[in-house]
Design a protein around this ligand. Structure first.
Ligand code: PA5
Length: 429
C-alpha cells in the first residue's frame, strides 16, 4: 500500500495554492479517466488495467519459464521505454550479485562499439565445462526503426545466426507494434516469435505490456503479481483519489511557485533504476514548451557525498521526492568490537535498516530546513505487488500533472530533433 507524506513541503506554499492545484488535478484526472484530455488515442495503458489480459500473462510466463530452463544469457535489446521499465523492476526485485542464470544483459540502449565488441566476445566465451553459452535475445522496439536498437540487433542477430544457425530462430523474440516498421519486415522474413505492443500504448507506458513483462518474467519474477499490484492501485485511485491527487497537486503547486528541479531520491540503492524509469516518464512527458520540473535521480546515501552539498546549499530551486521502503528486503546488525578504534560501538546491536532510516529522517529534516520542499512516498516492502502499484501510481500521477500544465503527456517531439540533426549529418534519405 502506498502512503504519501507531504508535511515537509506544505510550508513552502502560499495559502490557497495547494487547494487550487488540487482542484486542477481533480479536473485533469477526470479528463484522463473519461478520455477527454489531450492524446485520448494513447490511453491503452489505462485500458489494460480495466481489462487485464490473463491469457497474455500466462503466455509470457510460460515462454519465460521455457527460456529460463535453457538460457545462460538473456539479452534485452531496446532503448528508452523499451528497456527502462524492465530494468527498474529487475533491479528493484533482484539481487545485487545475481549469480543465478539466466544472466540479464542490456544492449541497444547506446551507441558504443566497445560495448558491443566486448558483449559479442563475452557471448562467445565458453562455459567452465567447455560448452557454448545458450543465449536468447529479446529485441524491443515499438517503431522498429530506432537506430541504437536496430544497430545492436543487426550485430547480435549476425552473431546468433553464425553461432546457432537455424536454431537462432527460436532464440530471437521480437516485441514491436502490430504492423509497419523495419522490425516487422525482419520478423516476417525470418519467422521470429513476436509479441505486440498495442498502438495505443506509448514506449514509456509499456512496462506492463510484453515490452516489460517478458524480460521481467525471464529474470525470474512473478509478472501476475506485478500486474495485479498495478491493477489494485488503479482501483484505489478510482475509489479514493484524494490522497493520490495530493501528490500531483503538491508537485504542481510547487512548480507554479518557482521550483524547477525534482530530485527523486531513495536510501535503497536497488531503487535507483526505478528512478531512471521515473526520469524518462517525467522528462519525456512534461518537458514541453519550456515547462516542467527537471527530474534528477539521486541514490542515497552515496550521492549525499557528492550532490548532498548542492541539495543542501546550492541554488534554491529544488524539490525532493523520497521513495521510502518501510521493511527492508534483508537486514543486518552492526557487531560490537572490543577495541572500538572506529568509534562505532554506539551503534553496535542496531540494525543497518534502523541506521539507514535515521539517515533518511536526518537528511529529510536538514534538506527541508535548508529550503527544499520534501515529499515522501512510502511502500511497505519491495515486492512484485508494491512495485506494480508504484508503477501505476507514477504513471497516473504524471499524466495528471502534465494535463495540469496544459500539455500532451503522450508525445515527445523534442526527442525527434536530435534524430533529425543526426540523420542529416549521416546522410540518411
Ligand atoms: O517513450 C517513448 O516512446 C520512447 O522513449 C521510446 O520508448 C524510445 O524512443 C524507443 O523507441 P522504440 O521502442 O520505438 O525503439
Amino acid at each position: 500500500m502506498i502512503k504519501l507524506d507531504t508535511t515537509s513541503a506544505r510550508s513552502f506554499l502560499k495559502d490557497g495554492h495547494l487547494e487550487e492545484a488540487r482542484k486542477a488535478s481533480e479536473q485533469s484526472l477526470h479528463a484522463l479517466l473519461t478520455k477527454t484530455g489531450a492524446g485520448p488515442e494513447w490511453l491503452g495503458w489505462l485500458d489494460i488495467m480495466k481489462n487485464p489480459n490473463d491469457a497474455l500473462l500466462s503466455e509470457v510466463s510460460d515462454l519465460a519459464a521455457a527460456i529460463r530452463k535453457d538460457a545462460d544469457v538473456f539479452i534485452i535489446c531496446g532503448i528508452g521505454g523499451s528497456y527502462l521499465g524492465a530494468k527498474a523492476v529487475i533491479d528493484a526485485l533482484g539481487s545485487f550479485f545475481p549469480g543465478k542464470l539466466p544472466e540479464i544483459i542490456y544492449a541497444g540502449h547506446q551507441m558504443s562499439a566497445r560495448y558491443l565488441n566486448e558483449l559479442v566476445a563475452y557471448l562467445g566465451e565458453k562455459k567452465p565445462d567447455g560448452s557454448a553459452k545458450s543465449v536468447y535475445l529479446n529485441v524491443i522496439s515499438k517503431s522498429g526503426t530506432t537506430t541504437e536498437t536496430a544497430m545492436a540487433f543487426r550485430i547480435l542477430r549476425d552473431w546468433m545466426q553464425s553461432s546457432y544457425g537455424a536454431d537462432s530462430k527460436k532464440r530471437i523474440i521480437c516485441t514491436t507494434s502490430e504492423s509497419g516498421g523495419a522490425l516487422n519486415k525482419i520478423i516476417e522474413a525470418n519467422g521470429y516469435k513476436k509479441f505486440v505492443l498495442p498502438d495505443n500504448i506509448g514506449g514509456r507506458f509499456s512496462v506492463l505490456s510484453p515490452v516489460g513483462l517478458l524480460p521481467i518474467a525471464v529474470a525470474g519474477f512473478d509478472v501476475q503479481s506485478l500486474y495485479y499490484g498495478a491493477v489494485a492501485e488503479y482501483e484505489r485511485i478510482l475509489k479514493t483519489p484524494n490522497d493520490r491527487l495530493e501528490y500531483t497537486g503538491m508537485r504542481y503547486a510547487l512548480y507554479k511557485s518557482g521550483f524547477k528541479v525534482d530530485v527523486i531520491a531513495s536510501f535503497e540503492p536497488e531503487l535507483k533504476s526505478f528512478g531512471g524509469w521515473m526520469q524518462q516518464l517525467m522528462g519525456e512527458s512534461e518537458g514541453k514548451n519550456h515547462k516542467g520540473l527537471y527530474p534528477a535521480v539521486h541514490a542515497y546515501s552515496t550521492d549525499l557525498h557528492s550532490l548532498g552539498q548542492m541539495v543542501q546549499d546550492g541554488e534554491r530551486n529544488l524539490i525532493e521526492t523520497f521513495l521510502v521502503v518501510e521493511k527492508p528486503t534483508s537486514d543486518a546488525k552492526l557487531p560490537s568490537d572490543p577495541d572500538n578504534y572506529d568509534g562505532l560501538n554506539y551503534l553496535a546491536g542496531k540494525s543497518i535498516h534502523e541506521i539507514n532510516t535515521k539517515a533518511y529522517l536526518g537528511t529529510r529534516s536538514a534538506h527541508h530546513d535548508g529550503g527544499v520542499p520534501v515529499m515522501s512516498i512510502h511502500i511497505d516492502s519491495i515486492s512484485e505487488e508494491s512495485i506494480g502499484a508504484l508503477i501505476f501510481f507514477f504513471e497516473i500521477a504524471n499524466r495528471v500533472y502534465v494535463y495540469n500544465l496544459g500539455e500532451n503527456p503522450f508525445d515527445q517531439p523534442g526527442v525527434e530533433d536530435y534524430k533529425k540533426a543526426m540523420f542529416r549529418l549521416l546522410g540518411k534519405e
